[in-house]
Ligand binder design. Structure first.
Ligand code: PLP
Length: 449
């Protein structure tokens, strides 16, 4: 029997990424407030937010400084835009700060309101740039199977998950996927991580050659693959991929929408995973999830090409009403100030060994085939048989059941396809809360077994 508020929800809302059929019976978990790493439902029940909302609320739930930054900007100038030469101080300040922080050569910043829009902008600018450079055939885009890059027509095409393609008539032509760099699932018997990385880099090169390198424009990758299963590529994987991309002048785009702003123990996941991208997409933790904001870094060669192309066309025809929304920018400025002032990123690196030790220990659980992670992000993979890595029948929805048990234990984690569970708490989580998180997750696994 659904509560009154849950019943009203079921009657009126369509939820993203939800099994619309079973949801009619289960209804939603309706949250009302949050404090620190805790959120509370409408009955006042607390849950440890082990997913930082949706990989974003890095500073937790009751940060008064962020509320004040939003309130101050809201009362001063709640809206203006960046179209046609209009500007505002919060966007300028944020662009200056981000230019300094970016681990890649950055000439300018372009703001969006979401991660999907950021990656969509990347795709469009790559096409725009290659037209400006007089190479209109160089337009194809590569990305990983199991990668997640968003839901617009272009970014769902970039995404490498079946649920984003089947019956959506996607991917659109020109988007191609390469093997997922997941050693546990993808390696051949006895294959070392190094040999696995080399095999995947060779396969990438073969695919580029088969497509014709003059037609391949870019390769998109997350440092740690989030929605695909919290998958960590082998340590040398990106260096090997980079060498291939460099050979064929293929632009490397790092999708830092989850990993950006500290998640892996550095400011950006590219730094932790040894990536040298040309550009970065960011969103989520740039505002600690308090308001929607995303964007991309623009390097000088791209900016030059944009200048030429927009001069030729009489303008730069891209942007949305809320690109660089002033209140979102004000919150982002405060968020980054706090990251710096309170050593939030350095503290992630300090807390990570404890978090990772607790995560790795879950690997001993009879249900867990692999436990993997870096910084304050981790994934566990449920298997029916550890030795053969055999998976349960997807219809059994074992990971979903485990996540429901976790919720009953007062812990929010997220199940992903392939019986994977992601853990990604607010960056402010303290060691005793990390212990609580893993104790509750272990109890949920025990109940699932
Ligand atoms: N890229 C990555 C790596 C993501 O995790 C997400 C969202 O989870 C996106 C892109 C899309 O961002 P948004 O949902 O803000 O459009």
């Amino acid at each position: 029997m659904l509560s009154n508020i849950a019943a009203r929800d079921v009657e009126t809302l369509v939820h993203p990424y939800t099994n619309l059929a079973t949801f009619r019976e289960t209804g939603p978990l309706v949250l009302e407030r949050g404090h620190g790493v805790w959120v509370y439902d409408t009955d006042g029940r607390p849950y440890l937010e082990g997913m930082a909302g949706l990989w974003c609320t890095a500073l937790g739930y009751s940060n008064e400084e962020l509320v004040e930054a939003a309130t101050e900007q809201m009362s001063r100038l709640p809206f203006t835009h960046l179209f046609s030469g209009r500007s505002h101080d919060p966007a300028i300040e944020l662009a200056e700060t981000l230019k300094e922080l970016m681990p890649v050569p950055t000439s300018k910043i372009f703001f969006t309101s979401s991660g999907s829009e950021a990656n969509d902008t990347q795709v469009k600018l790559i096409w725009y740039m290659n037209n400006a450079l007089g190479r209109p055939r160089k337009k194809k885009i590569l990305s990983h199977r199991k990668g997640y890059h968003g839901v617009t027509v272009a970014t769902a095409s970039l995404t490498g998950l079946a649920a984003n393609h089947a019956d959506w008539d996607l991917p659109i032509p020109g988007f191609h996927h390469v093997a997922c760099p997941h050693h546990y699932r993808g390696a051949e018997a006895g294959e070392t991580e190094e040999a696995f990385s080399q095999r995947l880099a060779d396969a990438l090169e073969a695919q580029i050659l088969a497509e014709d390198p003059d037609t391949v424009a870019a390769f998109f990758a997350e440092p740690v693959m989030g929605a695909g299963g919290a998958i960590l590529p082998p340590a040398d994987y990106f260096a090997k991929v980079q060498a291939v991309l460099d050979r064929y002048d293929i632009r490397f785009v790092a999708d830092e929408i989850i990993c950006g702003f500290g998640r892996t123990g550095n400011w950006f996941g590219s730094q932790s995973l040894g990536m040298r991208p040309a550009t970065i997409s960011f969103a989520k933790a740039v505002t600690s999830g308090y308001l929607p904001l995303g964007g991309i870094s623009i390097d000088e060669p791209l900016y030059r090409a944009m200048l030429d192309e927009s001069a030729k066309l009489g303008g730069f025809g891209h942007g949305t009403t809320y690109s660089g929304h002033p209140v979102a920018c004000a919150v982002a400025n405060k968020t980054i100030e706090i990251y710096k002032r309170d050593r939030i990123i350095a503290r992630v690196a300090e807390k990570a060994p404890h978090f990772q030790a607790r995560l790795t220990a879950l690997g001993d659980h009879p249900l867990i085939g692999e436990a993997r992670g870096i910084g304050l992000i981790g994934g566990i993979e449920i298997v029916a048989d550890k030795a053969s890595k055999r998976q349960y029948d997807p219809k059994a929805a074992v990971a979903a059941r485990c996540v429901a048990f976790a919720q009953a234990e007062g812990l929010i984690v997220r199940f992903l396809t392939g019986d994977r569970i992601a853990v990604c708490p607010p960056l402010i989580i303290e060691p005793d809360e990390i212990d609580t998180l893993f104790e509750r997750l272990t109890r949920a696994l025990d109940r699932t077994a």
